[in-house]
Design a binder for this molecule. Structure first.
Ligand code: AMP
Ligand code: MG
Length: 425
């Protein structure tokens, strides 16, 4: 794999002559190799735009966000209670005023004195500790503390969340709901993000019919454009749906060229397996530098990747589950990279699989599974029908059971790796 990364020939050279690379076999690519391979040709967008904090949700930060202030700005109370000097804790304390959140007490707490204080109120000068009101005995204008206290207790320190000058969010970060609040907590109303990616897609296949038209015998509704729409929307892409195109070389050529001219990325589904792939393959050879792979994975064996003009091209298999799995395993990460983000590997963890799984070694399988709680412990069950055309399995599943190339049949009770669908979908 490391070999793959040194002295990389251009996409053009590899597409024209795959044997120019050692260790490169388009008919036996591992998932990791294919992912690594794609990565080396991805150049992120550079154009940026300024958007309001709310509009930045899901976008990729184009600059570091530096804290212009301490958060919180002042030491403040974590409790409703009384603020006092620690060395006076054993004394009867005289109440001299009240500090509210947003309404500070302006005097000084002197020997033997205390101030009633609300959560979030600035700690008055002189005080260094707070006791909660439930642990205090009040008699008229005086209080006594009911139990021993620690110096500095129940005080949130200035800058304990964020310090002035600190990098709060780094360039390449994908903005999440917490980040919107974080920016607001710094008084930041606008942020600079990378421009969205323009992604066009179309389906190929004579049998495909768009929703809204009746089906004739042998025809099926085009579902891939809907799942692609959903997956791309979650990535915040600017989407162009170019419809479903019959297996007709002229129409395919016209649509492909139009897509590549106006977009950063073109995604097609169907027609990349051998045999019927001829039109797409010939077209992609004529207009671009595209590599056709057979990946050692199930579902989703055929995959094409390359460039058509300046546009990145991904050719996904037509089977609806294969299209989704290959999108998540290859395209998702690539789009994040092109978008200027630094994608992290998807979290994977091991749980007990409660049913046996039949599997051949030598390929990676992404079985659809349901994680469920059994007597307080999370376990996984593979779905019964793992067919690559059974899209309902993707709806019912909440995880992929990821079985790598080294794994063969699994007994019931075996520990297996799972990847949660929620969060990536
Ligand atoms: P292909 O990759 O073109 O050989 O297609 C493989 C299988 O997926 C065939 O059964 C196709 O009918 C089906 N298929 C291809 N494209 C779509 C699509 N857009 N929506 C639903 N099924 C599709
Ligand atoms: Mg087809």
């Amino acid at each position: 794999m490391t070999k793959l990364l040194v002295n990389i020939p251009s996409l053009n050279q590899i597409a024209a002559d795959p044997s120019c690379m050692d260790d490169y076999d388009p008919n036996a690519m591992s998932v990791a190799q294919a992912r690594q391979f794609i990565k080396q040709f991805l150049q992120p967008v550079t154009q940026t735009e300024t958007v309001t904090v709310r509009d930045s949700l899901g976008r990729v930060l184009a600059t570091n966000i530096i804290s212009p202030c301490n958060v919180p700005a002042h030491n403040n109370s974590a409790m409703d209670g009384f603020a006092f000097r620690f060395e006076d804790a054993a004394k009867t304390l005289k109440l001299i005023g009240t500090a509210f959140a947003g309404g500070p007490f302006h005097g000084q707490v002197k020997v033997g004195e205390c101030v009633k204080i609300m959560t979030g109120a600035v700690i008055p000068q002189g005080a260094d500790s707070v006791e909660m009101q439930e642990r205090v005995t009040l008699s008229g204008e005086n209080i006594t503390l009911n139990q021993a206290v620690k110096q500095g207790q129940h005080i949130r320190l200035a800058g304990e969340d964020l310090k002035i000058g600190q990098t709060v969010l780094a360039k390449g970060h994908i903005i999440k709901p917490a980040d919107l609040g974080l920016s607001a907590s710094l008084g930041i109303g606008e942020v600079q993000v990378f421009r969205p990616l323009k992604v066009a897609f179309f389906s190929t296949g004579d049998e495909l019919v768009s929703v809204g038209k009746p089906l004739e015998t042998g025809q099926i509704y085009d579902s891939n454009r809907y799942t692609l729409f959903g997956m791309l929307s979650r990535l915040g892409a600017q989407i162009s749906d170019l419809g479903n195109v019959p297996d007709d070389p002229n129409l395919l050529e016209k649509t492909l060229l139009q897509a590549a001219q106006n977009n950063d990325v073109v995604i097609t589904s169907g027609g990349v397996s051998v045999g019927e792939a001829d039109y797409m393959k010939a077209l992609l050879a004529k207009h671009g530098q595209v590599l056709f792979w057979k990946i050692n994975m199930k579902p989703g064996r055929p995959l094409a990747y390359g460039k058509v003009g300046n546009s990145h091209y991904f050719g996904l298999p037509g089977n609806p589950v294969s299209a989704m799995v290959t999108f998540y395993q290859f395209v998702h990460e690539a789009l994040l990279t092109l978008q200027g983000a630094t994608p992290k590997p998807l979290p994977m963890f091991m749980v007990e699989c409660t049913e046996p799984i039949k599997k051949a070694t030598g390929r990676t399988e992404f079985q659809r599974g349901v994680l469920y709680m059994d007597d307080g412990i999370w376990k996984v069950k593979p779905l019964g029908n793992q067919g690559s055309g059974v899209l309902s399995s993707m709806s019912i599943a909440n995880c992929f059971i990821v079985l790598d190339e080294t794994i063969g049949n699994c007994e019931a009770g075996a520990m297996v790796n799972v990847q949660l669908l929620e969060g990536i979908i």
